[in-house]
Design a protein around this ligand. Structure first.
Ligand SMILES: C[S@@+](CC[C@H](N)C(=O)[O-])C[C@H]1O[C@@H](n2cnc3c(N)ncnc32)[C@H](O)[C@@H]1O
Ligand code: SF4
Length: 376
């Protein structure tokens, strides 16, 4: 079972908190980039794909022509006969009725919209290019175009945001009745405008906000299935759940990661160099090699995942699935067993029908619990 992730590293502008790999959108560069992406995809010819996720950056910043040039060839290259989920990330400011109906026509069946906040004041503070009204119009158009699986991303713990403010954000966002919500605590990352300006996250307030979200969203019929993700019944993200189940996926694009035939790899995070890898001159020299996770370029980072590392990764990813957790038989390594026994004793983890999962009260500190399973 394979997923396909395609990274679009272009944005209208850089948000003040973001350190994801992206540059300012440039139409010529984006044209070349899409050509390179398609060439890269061709190296995985006929691979059976069950889910596609086009993420960024900002995929919706691409023009209609570029979206078509990117999505149309996918069905010729890959075997999409059993595709289950096809997600496209949208930023409100760069979405339109025409783009939404094109996406629908090209098989996209799930949208993920970066709203981040419902307050214009907060959106400005975050350096976002949209306001709440623009989001409302896009959401409405998406529904009219028959998208019935929509995720909304929000960030909480913004500078000066109170728990009461956050409660109002959740109240307002729940009116949209989206099928899925991803809620992220603001993380102040290096090299961002926020970091350079001394903005700091407040863990205590973020924890209270998280607890508030857990309670409020349960009352509103959302199922809390992953540390940061809530869904209506049967609307969990299939593609992302497969990451947490440590299943394979192909990653295409500059800076994208992939996991294929036990190789975890990362493509070069430089758009021009990535494009150069796929110029015709190189095509004749470079052959698709399964041995290297589908890539034969020295410019990518790759790591073979041996059994020990596989177990560690399976644990740290799988525990994020709050109700599914992990089979107890996944803990074979003696070190993992000791940590597990300790966590069961101090009740940070619990065992239910031979599956191991977080105890509800400790989900907010999941990262600390998970880190004990890391090697070294
Ligand atoms: C890969 S980003 C790109 C999504 C899209 N370009 C957008 O901005 O709406 C996915 C999500 O990660 C979250 N995110 C990005 N940087 C963050 C940060 N520093 N702290 C918390 N959440 C962050 C945002 O909610 C964002 O929508
Ligand atoms: S948050 Fe999204 S739109 Fe903003 S810079 Fe990052 S990837 Fe681009």
């Amino acid at each position: 079972m394979s997923g396909l992730y395609i990274h679009i590293p272009f944005c209208k502008q850089k948000c003040f908190y973001c350190n994801f790999f992206s540059v300012k959108y440039d139409i010529v560069l984006a044209d070349q980039y899409i050509n390179a992406l398609i060439k890269h995809a061709e190296q995985f010819n006929n691979e059976k794909i069950h889910s596609i996720y086009i993420g960024g950056g900002t995929p919706s910043v691409l023009s209609l022509k570029q979206i078509q040039a990117l999505l149309e060839p996918l069905s010729d290259i890959f075997d999409l006969s059993e595709i289950y989920e096809f997600t496209f990330e949208l930023n409100p400011e760069s979405s339109s009725k025409e783009k939404l109906s094109l996406l629908k026509k090209l098989g996209v069946n799930r949208l993920s919209i970066g709203l981040q906040s419902v307050e214009d004041k907060s959106l400005k503070l975050l350096g976002r290019a949209h306001n709440f009204k623009i989001f409302c119009d896009v959401y409405d158009t998406a529904r009219k175009e028959d998208f019935n699986n929509i995720n909304i991303d929000l960030i909480y713990g913004l500078p000066n945001q109170t728990v009461k403010d956050w409660e109002e954000v959740l109240e307002k966002v729940s009116i949209f009745n989206s099928e899925h919500l991803s809620l992220y605590p603001l993380s102040v990352e290096e090299n961002t405008f926020f970091c350079k300006n001394g903005i700091a996250a407040n863990d205590d307030i973020q924890r209270d906000m998280y607890d508030k979200a857990v309670k409020m969203l349960a009352d509103k019929g959302y199922y809390h299935y992953e540390v940061s993700n809530w869904a209506k019944k049967h609307k969990e993200s299939f593609h992302n759940t497969n990451y947490w189940r440590n299943l394979e996926y192909i990653g295409l694009g500059a800076g994208a990661a992939g996991y294929f035939e036990r190789i975890r790899y990362k493509n070069i995070a430089n758009i021009e160099k990535y494009i150069n890898l796929f110029l015709p001159f190189w095509e004749t020299k470079k052959q698709y090699s399964k041995q290297y996770g589908g890539l034969s370029f020295s410019e990518t980072e790759k790591e073979y995942i041996d059994d020990r590392l596989y177990e560690t990764e399976t644990i740290i990813l799988g525990l994020r699935l709050l109700n599914e957790g992990l089979d107890i038989n996944c803990f074979n390594n003696p070190k993992h067993n000791i940590v597990l026994l300790n966590c069961l004793k101090n009740k940070t983890l619990k065992k239910q029908n031979n599956r191991i999962m977080f105890s509800k009260e400790y989900i907010f500190v999941s990262n600390q619990i998970i880190s004990q399973f890391l090697d070294n």
